[in-house]
Ligand binder design. Structure first.
Ligand SMILES: *[C@@H]1O[C@H](CO)[C@@H](O)[C@H](O)[C@H]1NC(C)=O
Ligand SMILES: *[C@@H]1O[C@H](CO)[C@@H](O)[C@H](O)[C@H]1NC(C)=O
Length: 352
């Protein structure tokens, strides 16, 4: 059963219980405890609802998510923990509609295109890599709920693709020039709109790299700051180029050794399934085990390593703020055959 079906089942069961007139005392106590947990969570996340009906509806969503999260953590069989983070009162559909934003395309056949690290020997690579320690990663950013021009489309919404691409360009720029400059996602959101990429309505990192290469560079974050909504392209702000690239290459599909060769050399954009509860509610540890592999979100691989218990992991930078996961980062299990955990090996690419 998929996570969303399970959620639905829990919702249905949950409301059936609520509608029982003579609910046993224990259930009433549990309901009161959940309501008070929701109140606490609202205070912690500064959440306010427009009226009591909305609050009651949100409590039901929160309850369903919290019960899933609690039972996941209580199982004691997982290598990572989940938390009722700030997404805990959103249904998976609402979450998808606002916080992700990848428009994947069919993967080209294996071997398509040049891969400059094909002869890079992993035997020569460091056992662990952390581009943060080398000063090639800017602070964790927050894509927020990117607001669209066109609210009739709610399938891919969000601009994860811009944050993922920008983090990879920031890394390459630091490696090339020695300077770490925070770069502009908003320029991509506003100006890269003539092809597949559609600002807050989703996009793809490869297209963003092509756009930056064609345009001759990207503005800095301070020169063209993030607004969290679609806007007109500000050509004067975009004219001050803070970094440039020549193009991009794709990492061979479903090949984590190739991905490691690339990440040993530079931060790499990675597409994943970001709506699976295993990822959405990730709190800490190494995310492994069940996670969907349909691609709908994008993050950036900024390293890899091995945990104390021997589990090998990827270190990934997300764009959901520093309160998500491990300070805004996630460690995801490395060396799983095929598409990788959450599909991470399906569509990686990097700027050159
Ligand atoms: C890798 O090595 C092969 C064999 O020597 C060579 O043909 C190929 O061009 C090399 N690839 C790159 C990207 O340098
Ligand atoms: C909004 O998106 C829908 C669905 O893709 C499309 O049919 C419509 O033309 C779009 N409207 C505008 C104003 O772009």
């Amino acid at each position: 059963m998929s996570a969303s079906r399970f959620l639905l089942a829990v919702l249905v069961v949950g409301s059936a219980v609520l509608c029982t007139a003579a609910a046993p005392r224990a259930l009433a106590a549990a309901a009161a405890a959940m309501a008070s947990r929701h109140e606490k969570w609202m205070a912690e996340h500064g959440r306010a609802y427009k009226d009591e009906a909305e609050k009651a509806r949100r409590l039901e969503v929160f309850r369903a998510n919290a019960e899933l999260i609690d039972s996941f953590n209580a199982a004691g069989t997982h290598s990572h923990r989940l938390a009722t983070n700030r997404f805990a009162d959103l249904t998976v559909e609402e979450f998808r509609a606002a916080r992700t934003g990848l428009r994947p395309r069919p993967a080209p056949s294996a071997g398509a295109g040049r891969f400059r690290y094909e002869n890079f020997s992993l035997a020569d690579a460091a056992q662990s890599v952390d581009w943060r320690a080398m000063g090639a990663v800017t602070g964790v950013k927050d894509q927020g709920a990117c607001a669209m021009h066109n609210t009739s489309t709610h399938t891919h919404a969000g601009c994860c693709w811009a944050f993922s691409a920008v983090a990879a360009v920031e890394g390459l720029n630091k490696i090339r020039t020695g300077r770490l400059v925070s770069l502009s996602e908003q320029e991509l959101v506003d100006c890269d709109v003539s092809g597949v990429d559609q600002g807050c309505d989703g996009g793809l990192m490869d297209n963003a790299f092509q756009f930056v290469a064609r345009r001759g560079g990207l503005a800095s974050e301070s020169g063209y700051p993030y607004q969290g909504r679609d806007g007109p392209c500000r050509s004067s702000a975009a004219a001050a180029r803070a970094a440039s690239i020549r193009g991009h290459e794709d990492v061979p599909r479903n090949n984590e050794a190739a991905l490691a060769a690339a990440v040993a050399n530079q931060p790499v954009s990675v597409a994943i399934n970001g709506e699976d509860m295993a990822f959405r509610f990730y709190d800490s540890g190494v995310l492994g085990g069940a996670c969907g592999t349909d691609l709908n979100h994008a993050i950036t691989a900024v390293g890899y390593g091995t945990a104390n218990d021997g589990t090998r992991y990827w270190l990934m930078k997300n764009s959901w703020g520093a309160s998500w996961g491990e300070g805004g980062y996630v460690r995801i299990r490395r060396g799983v055959r095929g598409e990788g955990v959450c599909g991470l090996a399906k569509l990686p690419s990097y700027p050159v």
